[in-house]
Design a protein around this ligand. Structure first.
Ligand code: SAM
Length: 280
């Protein structure tokens, strides 16, 4: 039984990190015109109310994207401009963001005529909301099923290029190993694909199991970007990580610059680092 609801966490510092990486990957891949098959294995519900009870209860968006938004005039890079353009429609009358896009909407914003998005969501209510949203978009397909198994069933794609976001809630302890195993199987079916895997940094560092499994496996060219809060809370996430398999050339530097631009204490208050978990 899944109990995680992303509405409590949408727009937090980890979403900023993950969606900055996702937007940058999509935009850099689209420098070439050939079609991209996009997959979102753990899609959530596509849109989140930042003025709603759930977001206000945790205050995570207030310490996340709501800190970035007022500083937008200082964020000049192409990468940030793409993210800010994706947020603008969510601005409320008070100048704060009233809504925040989930990953399927980040994908959709930049989907071209030749690209497709396949999204999976297992939670019944979230899957239902996602399905209703997707009904208006002909290039988006939604499946209410396990996203890891679903991804493997669809690979290799018929399009020449592949971009996968895997963003589980890690409610089940074995998810870390499951994600690593799925990456290997997916990579064996489509070696040139770009795979983004998000993970939380929690007490006891359970994400090390994911990183160890990936670094000991056959997949090559894996970038690891991590951010850590300067003032970690006593409970919950102290940081966020993204593994990127086959990142576009120059992606590492551009993502690092994006995260540095929002790292100061008047913004997200974090430190970031990026290194190759597995070289080429
Ligand atoms: N990717 C979303 C975004 O960036 O806006 C947030 C996703 S949230 C962190 C994780 C989602 O995965 C939850 O909505 C949860 O219900 C869903 N989920 C959990 N296990 C799943 C599985 N095996 N297959 C597909 N979805 C799953």
């Amino acid at each position: 039984m899944l109990s995680y609801l992303h509405a409590f966490h949408a727009g937090n510092f980890a979403d900023v990190h993950k969606h900055a990486a996702l937007t940058l990957a999509v935009r850099m891949m689209q420098a070439k015109s050939s079609a991209i098959a996009c997959f979102d294995t753990h899609a959530g519900s596509a849109s989140y109310d930042l003025a709603g009870e759930r977001a206000l209860k945790t205050g995570e968006a207030a310490a996340g994207i709501q800190k970035v938004w007022p500083l937008r005039a200082e964020l000049h890079s192409d990468g940030w401009q793409a993210v800010l353009a994706g947020l603008a429609a969510g601005e409320g009358n008070d100048g704060q963001l009233a809504s925040y896009p989930g990953s399927p909407r980040w994908f959709l914003r930049y989907l071209r005529e030749q690209d497709t998005l396949t999204a999976f969501e297992l939670h019944p209510a979230e899957g239902e909301t996602l399905g209703q949203w997707a009904a208006g978009h002909s290039r988006v397909k939604v499946f209410q099923e396990d996203g890891l198994k679903g991804l493997l069933r669809h690979l290799p794609p018929r399009q020449p290029r592949l971009l996968v976001l895997t963003d589980p809630s890690y409610e089940i302890k074995s998810d870390y190993e499951e994600v690593a195993n799925t990456l290997v199987r997916a990579w064996q079916k489509c070696r040139h694909g770009v795979y983004l895997i998000w993970y939380p940094i929690l007490a006891g560092f359970p994400h090390k199991r994911l990183k160890d499994a990936v670094s000991e496996g056959p997949v090559r060219k894996v970038l690891c970007s991590e951010v850590a809060l300067n003032r970690a809370p006593q409970r919950g996430m102290s940081g966020s990580g993204v593994l990127v398999v086959n990142p576009p050339w120059g992606f590492d530097t551009r993502l690092a610059e994006m995260m540095d631009a929002v790292s100061g204490d008047r913004c997200l208050g974090l430190s970031s680092n990026s290194s190759w978990l597995v070289p080429e």
